[in-house]
Design a protein around this ligand. Structure first.
Ligand code: GLN
Length: 281
């Protein structure tokens, strides 16, 4: 018996809620939109429409992957971030809404006129491409340790028709000797390798190299803070995303590395999320 869109969505949401999805209704509708290649408004306008056998089979196959815990963004292959649609692959972190806060803070602090911005550990290119798309007068360089991420970010640049960004392979500053930037931004790995959340939910499918760092999650943040002054113009800002409980220690790391105007800003859930400071040299 063919099933209607409405009933398929209801059954799928029930199945997903029994299998620990934190957002069963949204997941079901995003996956069905993907199978039908239609916007979500279609599901509600045409809720009595019947799924073809092929559509139902396709939907069930995607649901089975979600039941297995795979993140929706990896299943459909993209995630919307800022104003951009970004391809995602299991080689990179899935962009989070919290990181849009970092983009806002960076835009507020970017001086008018030409500038060069560096995004360290760019992954999908989310931060780099958002900044480049908002400010035609700047050039953005995004670097990532993993060549697959560099290729993905470059593909996202093309898909979003952004011309003022470039991506290259580099472990933090290793391939950037002698280069200076107006601003440096980063969403580095910052999770403690012992954090029990790593074995729960979507993060189980994300690359550990993008999530965890030694020294209770602080090793890469320390490295970036210590190296950044050599690559920042005088008065240039450094902005780093970090864990909700790392604000105090990250402010100390910034101050010890010689930054001034050091401040921690909260994400949309009210948790400490981004610390920023100005290069005083
Ligand atoms: N905010 C992400 C999480 O808690 C981690 C992102 C990161 O490590 N850079 O899942």
């Amino acid at each position: 018996m063919p099933i209607s869109i409405e009933n398929a969505l209801r059954d799928a949401a029930l199945l997903l809620s029994e299998n620990q999805s934190p957002s069963p209704k949204i997941d079901a509708s995003v996956l069905l939109c993907h199978v039908l290649d239609k916007p979500s408004s279609y599901l509600y306008t045409w809720s009595d429409n019947l799924l073809s056998e092929e559509e139902e089979r396709g939907f069930n196959a995607l649901l089975a992957r979600r039941v297995n815990g795979e993140p929706v963004a990896y299943i459909i292959g993209y995630r919307d971030f800022w104003s951009l649609r970004l391809n995602v692959e299991p080689s990179t972190l899935i962009p989070r809404p919290d990181t849009e806060r970092l983009v806002e803070l960076a835009l507020e602090r970017l001086p008018v006129g030409e500038g060069r911005v560096l995004d360290l550990g760019t992954g999908t290119g989310a931060i780099a491409l958002s900044l480049a798309s908002e400010r035609q007068d700047i050039r953005v360089v995004g670097v990532d340790l993993r060549p697959e991420a560099v290729a993905l970010a470059a593909r996202n640049q093309q898909c979003n028709a952004i011309t003022n960004a470039e991506f290259l392979q580099s472990s933090w500053f290793d391939n950037l000797a002698g280069q200076t930037f107006t601003m440096i931004v980063s969403n580095p790995p910052y999770i403690d390798p012992e954090d029990p959340h790593l074995s729960q939910g979507d993060v189980r499918f994300e690359p550990k190299t993008a999530l965890i760092a030694d020294e209770h999650g602080l090793a890469d943040i320390r490295h970036i803070c210590q190296q950044s002054p050599q690559h920042l113009a005088t008065g240039g800002w450094l902005l780093i995303e970090h864990g909700y409980d790392q604000g105090d220690v990250v402010r100390t790391i910034f101050s010890d590395a010689g930054f001034c105007n050091v401040e921690t800003v909260q994400d949309y859930a009210g948790q400490d999320r981004v610390t920023l400071g100005r290069c005083s040299r």
